[in-house]
Design a binder for this molecule. Structure first.
Ligand SMILES: [Zn+2]
Length: 297
């Protein structure tokens, strides 16, 4: 999205580097991301939202701003199709018994993209597309989306708010972009468990909140497949926000989610990268997350 932009190609390189340095890479099964179809995008997005990307690709070397932070270059359509395509392929692989779980190292991220528009570094809502694919194409009755990115997943909430098939649990720093997700007491849709937390919240506090609010809701929902909007920008080294998580917190969180998935979903988890902009912390946090998913922590 431009040389100045935190959502940069080096993020995926940083993840690869840490996977190799940690020795974890040799235990993983790597797959290429296919392109999502237009039909798949249309599971979640309007034709107008799709056109905002497809029909506005700039010439080589130029950028087309969708908003101040969300820009297209000549490759953005292809990249966005591969990001969504990875989430769908991961869902197919996990539901087909071809993989126990999957992590999609993808960009652009997705959880801010609403049905009507890209925003906040996100073009299409990868996790929402994959979750809808699981419901509509695979015929699942119940899925859950766990969003631990430091920002509120307003796009995902917009897609599923009030849909009893989809439980969405999240925490996010508040106030912070996109300044949404805080529902006055008693007004939150029953399928949302949103936990706004103040700046400088640390892992011990978040673990308590997760135990008190997320885990009982996940138990009650009994998801047949668990999606994770895996943003790592609540890490204390990440300067896009001011939260205090460390790698051990991501490992702990992932362990709780694996237990839920084992009890209700045959262990099935599809995790999709969202944010995370401090390159070293991002790579180390993904390693902590994947060690648990791979069962080698
Ligand atoms: Zn984020």
């Amino acid at each position: 999205m431009g040389d100045w932009h935190p959502e940069c190609p080096a993020r995926l390189q940083a993840i690869d580097d840490q996977l190799i340095a940690s020795g974890l890479a040799s235990l993983l099964d790597y797959r290429d991301a296919p392109l999502a179809s237009l039909d798949a995008l249309s599971l979640v997005h309007t034709d107008a939202a799709i056109a905002k990307v497809r029909d506005h690709l700039p010439p080589a070397g130029e950028y087309h701003p969708i908003d101040a932070d969300t820009l297209l270059n000549e490759f953005s359509w292809q990249a966005a199709l591969r990001a969504a395509g990875a989430a769908i392929a991961a869902t197919d692989a996990v539901l087909g018994g071809d993989a126990d779980n999957a992590f999609c190292a993808i960009r652009p991220p997705g959880h801010h993209a609403t049905p009507h528009s890209p925003m906040g570094f996100c073009l299409f809502n990868n996790v929402a597309i994959a979750a809808t694919h699981a419901l509509q194409v695979h015929g699942l009755q119940r899925v859950a989306i766990v969003d631990f990115d430091v920002h509120h997943g307003n796009g995902t909430e917009a897609v599923f708010s009030g849909d009893p098939r989809v439980l969405m649990v999240s925490f996010f720093q508040h106030p912070l972009y996109p300044y949404s997700g805080v529902h006055p007491a008693g007004t939150a849709p029953a399928n949302l468990v949103n936990i706004p937390v103040p700046a400088y919240t640390r892992g011990d506090t978040l673990r308590e909140l997760v135990q008190r609010h997320w885990l009982p809701a996940l138990e009650a929902h009994r998801p047949e497949l668990l999606f994770i909007s895996a943003g790592f920008d609540a890490h204390r080294e990440d300067e896009i926000a001011t939260m205090g998580l460390v790698e051990a917190d991501y490992a702990w969180l992932t362990r709780q989610l694996v237990k839920v998935a084992q009890r209700h979903a045959h262990g099935r988890i599809v995790s999709c990268l969202e944010g995370g902009y401090a390159l070293s912390a991002l790579g180390r946090s993904v390693v902590a997350h994947l060690k648990v998913l791979a069962g080698v922590d």
